[in-house]
Design a protein around this ligand. Structure first.
Ligand code: NDP
Ligand code: KPL
Length: 314
């Protein structure tokens, strides 16, 4: 199976490294020149749970892909705002048989992907794996995680293909889980990102430290309640206590608590714009349409945009 990963940042590098280390046929596509140069020169060099791990892996610039490259499985791991341009620039690698797996944070990828692919090709999900970049070609990967996913297509073939992806992820240690309710799954991860990402970015802390600060729990609970209210108003049944417990998994220092969420890495580490409009901003927008109040999500969206402007993020 030819696996192509679109976006070789922290997460693309994690998935690329774990798949390649297990002997899979993987090619990366990326838009960051220094990252491409570094990976071409010495492969991915990762700090992998404290050990130096190196894998050689093919990588092409998104705007100069090998014309013979065709993907059986395309995993998209760009930032939300780069996704459409990246898909358009790499159309040549997609055939009718290509399955597209999207595990990116936020809401609305079903609508974006449906512009370019049939439902039968699309597999949506989310992941509790984490990643960071210490420099071009140098991901820092620690802790454990899993991938939840489900095919959008209704056919038996689409289901079988999604289950094959679960088996592939299991085989390489990425822990795949086949889920039953796609929008439940998406909102479940939004509960994590709508709390951890924006709050750790504004407060400049990791997830375990945020959890240790007792005063943060009321804020977290209010943000989660709004996500759950919006989901329920959309007909997606969510239980508030279950979601608060799920978000609490992030505080565990033994697993992922030491992680600085990807939004922190974007704005605080790299002075780049964030995905806030696809997370809290998207919850607030849906709330407005459904007549569900979302003041905490609106406030956090405005705070993060204000911080982006104060820092001159690009
Ligand atoms: N990091 C995490 O722990 C997790 C992230 N996610 C989600 O996965 C998706 C991908 O995130 P992630 O891997 O963190 O993204 P990264 O920021 O690490 O990489 C995404 C892209 O940004 C560009 N880029 C990254 N760093 C730099 C830099 N310093 N300078 C210039 N360009 C850079 C590269 O492409 P280009 O040059 O084309 O911009 C890269 O492909 C997002 O939707 C995120 O929310 C989900 C779960 C966990
Ligand atoms: C919060 C976390 C780590 C959950 O996996 C995440 O999705 C991110 O860093 O963006």
């Amino acid at each position: 199976m030819k696996i192509v990963i679109l976006g070789a940042g922290g997460m693309g590098s994690r998935f690329g490294l774990m798949l390649k280390k297990a002997g899979k046929d993987v090619t990366l596509l990326d838009g960051w020149d220094k990252n491409i140069e570094a990976i071409r020169e010495h492969g991915i060099r990762a700090n992998y749970n404290g050990e130096e791990v190196q894998v050689d892996i093919d990588i092409y610039p998104i705007d100069d892909v090998d014309p013979d490259l065709k993907a059986d499985l395309l995993i998209v791991f760009t930032k939300a705002m780069q996704l459409e341009d990246a898909i358009q620039a790499t159309r040549s690698i997609v055939t009718d048989q290509t399955k597209v797996l999207c595990l990116m944070n936020g809401i609305g990828y079903d609508d974006i992907l449906r512009k370019y692919f049939d439902d039968e090709q699309i597999v949506l999900g989310n992941t509790m794996w984490t990643a960071g970049l210490e420099g071009p070609g140098r991901p820092k990967l620690f802790g454990n995680g899993y991938v939840n996913l489900l095919n959008l297509g209704k056919s038996e073939e689409a289901t079988a293909a999604a289950k094959d992806i679960v088996a592939l992820l299991d085989e390489v240690g990425l822990n795949g889980v086949y889920e039953k309710e796609i929008f439940y799954l998406i909102y479940k991860k939004v509960c994590v990102n709508a709390t951890m990402n924006g709050l750790c970015t504004i407060l400049e802390c990791n997830m375990a430290d945020l959890g240790d600060a007792q005063a943060s729990h009321d804020l977290i609970n209010q943000l989660v309640k709004e996500v759950v209210d919006v989901a329920n108003a959309e007909g997606v049944e969510m239980d508030l206590d279950e979601m608060i417990d799920h978000v609490g998994e992030c505080f565990n220092r033994e697993t992922i608590g030491g992680h600085f969420p990807s939004m922190y890495q974007d704005l605080i580490t790299n002075n780049r714009l964030t995905e806030i409009d696809y997370i809290n901003g998207a919850v607030a927008q849906k709330g407005e349409k459904l007549n569900v109040p979302t003041p905490y999500n609106q406030f956090l969206t405005s705070l993060v945009h204000t911080k982006e402007q104060l820092l001159g993020a690009k």
